[in-house]
Design a protein around this ligand. Structure first.
Ligand code: AMP
Ligand code: ZN
Length: 135
């Protein structure tokens, strides 16, 4: 996976401001942060998205994400958003699975908010039934 920028960071071929590493996961600062201190938590094994990750890597990534979130909170007294973009429809740009941990401050200018829709009639149950069919 020579072209993948995160694989290149993992292999030490592209520099990154690393904050954490273990045998399965690496975490480094996002180069274009939503807030300063924004970290990416990246499984070392290349997969495109969460569906491709095995449960062991997923567990290791979430476990590391919690460590990073705690460190952000202790360093900056911040809350945080944990975000994982899966698929280009969801805004994923780098095709190597990763979780964003974004520190949040009382008066920052970041907005991670959506407008709320309404289900009509029986729609809510229909949506639940469609989802349950594949679980
Ligand atoms: P996503 O939209 O979820 O795919 O997010 C990809 C993130 O990777 C963006 O926030 C980029 O700023 C970040 N990014 C891309 N290249 C690098 C790099 N070389 N080092 C650190 N962060 C990067
Ligand atoms: Zn990769």
């Amino acid at each position: 996976m020579e072209e993948c920028v995160f694989c290149r960071i993992i292999n030490g071929k592209v520099p990154a401001e690393k904050v954490y590493e273990d045998d399965k996961v690496i975490s480094f600062l996002d180069i274009m942060p939503a807030n300063k201190g924004h970290c990416l938590v990246v499984p070392k094994k290349h997969t495109q998205n969460m569906m491709e990750m095995d449960d062991e890597d997923l567990a290791a990534t979430i476990h590391a994400a919690k460590k990073i979130a705690k460190a952000l909170s202790l360093s900056f007294g911040a809350g945080f958003n944990m975000v994982m973009n899966n698929g280009k429809e969801a805004g994923q740009v780098v095709g190597h699975s990763h979780v964003h941990i974004i520190p949040r401050f009382q008066k920052d200018r970041l907005r991670i908010k959506w407008s709320h829709l309404k289900y009509e009639g029986n729609e809510m149950k229909e949506y639940a039934d469609k989802i349950k069919k594949f679980i």
